[in-house]
Design a binder for this molecule. Sequence first.
Ligand SMILES: Nc1ncnc2c1ncn2[C@@H]1O[C@H](COP(=O)(O)OP(=O)(O)O)[C@@H](O)[C@H]1O
Ligand SMILES: [Ca+2]
Length: 504
Amino acid sequence: MSAQREMKEKNPWHTPVTIIITVIGVIAIVALVTVAVLQNRPFPQKYKYGIVLDAGSSHTALYIYEWPAEKDNNTGRVEQTHSCKILVENALAFCPGISSYASAPSKAGQSLTECMQEAVQRVPEKRRGETPLYLGATAGMRLLNMENSAASDSVFQSVKKALQMFPFSYQGARILSGQEEGAFGWVTVNYLDDRLKQGLETTGALDLGGASTQISFVSDNYNGSESPSNSVTFRLYGNDYNLYTHSFLCYGKDQALRMTLAHQSQAGPGTVLDPCFHPGYAEIKNYSVLYDSPCVSDRKPQGAPATFNHTGNGNFLECQKTIKNIFNFTDCKYSRCSFNGVFQPLLQGPFGAFSAYYFVMNFLNLTDTSIPLDDVKEKLKRYCATPWNQIRQRHPNIKLKYLAEYCFSGTYILTLLTEGYNFTSESYSDIKFIEKIKGSDAGWTLGYMLNLTNMIPAEAPDSPPLPHAGYVSIVTVIAVLIFILFILSLRPLWPSCSKQPQIV
Ligand SMILES: Nc1ncnc2c1ncn2[C@@H]1O[C@H](COP(=O)(O)OP(=O)(O)O)[C@@H](O)[C@H]1O
Ligand SMILES: [Ca+2]
């Protein structure tokens, strides 16, 4: 008995002080690691939302964006979660832009109701009040404003009244300048591609609408001084960008078609034999409708009846020649121009081409730009020469207006890119026809919202040096090391073998 008591007394592990220290040590380590884990654990994902209405010349679309609530300032985090196209009741697949309500402005606001109600359902109730809501109108409203500013104001009144009824944070409805439309399209594409935060080479943006078209890119040999009105500067994530951008009003594909047709109708009243429409295509059209646009400077031919026969003969080369008539290539007061005397620096790719560029080239199966340009033209030549009744049979579900115009639209796109912007057989392959990037539509809306909500900082944001998992691992390893050191530091007190008591 006395030997056992002696052993207990000599073995320091059995002293109450050591036991208490060890227990406190273990508790401290567990507490340290737990605090590290809990304190730095990522928050459960909560999202914030933003809504942008794109009031284009041909239709209005609503986009909802979301981003993690605690990371307003980081790139690549804002995503499109929903989009809604405004359709008009009783008019199957007919989606007019707000500018078409010039004669009945009150209906412009009403037309937005369905998509807005959908948005209410999509945004959680407690976020609605803080969700910014923007409406931006583009070339359709620019033209209406030029033609009849009172009608344009009434349309905006109606739209504003309607939007303010919804439980979002309404931030205004306005016409974007062509420069903004081009620049924000460029921001969207480069933001979604994660090129801005990483300071990578940027992608140019080509946007084809119905009433205007935009080209925006960064060119190394362009500093903005030659044509200041084409220059937009940004400082994003600590990088400076000097962007060239131009918007050609009236060179969207619907107005370009109008200008081409008006030019052809000047040949004489009665019939227009149009190489940009399929053989067998024949429609009776109104001169007054054709000439009802500030883009068309020509007048209805003298002594013409109210209508004309629009017939097709499907000839790509002739169509291209006809289209060239709407471009002016002669006057240029700068070192180089695209067309109509507009300055354009040397092209510098890559380029993303979206909106109608994509819709048209996708329909024509021509989005693959690794196909040589001559082969693309050859395919389009064959497509244009295909009789109209065959085209209709092949595509029974495509809206007839689009179907009738794909030959013109494809030819217009190739003419605009090669003759207008000076893309060559080589640089054509720098273009990518895109609809979406990582699930978000390419277009000006996202860039517009990022800009107005200050979500792209001028300087690179500070980020924690370690990710959460790394931080927790390091704290754990250090805690365990401290514990081991502590145990080792008790070593002099450890019982030695020689002192082992003999149990008899
Ligand atoms: N599926 C489609 N096929 C062909 N063209 C389309 C399709 N969907 C939309 N478009 C066209 O895309 C263009 C979109 O232009 P929009 O954004 O409304 O005008 P803008 O940007 O000039 O204000 C219009 O010419 C419209 O007809
Ligand atoms: Ca557009």
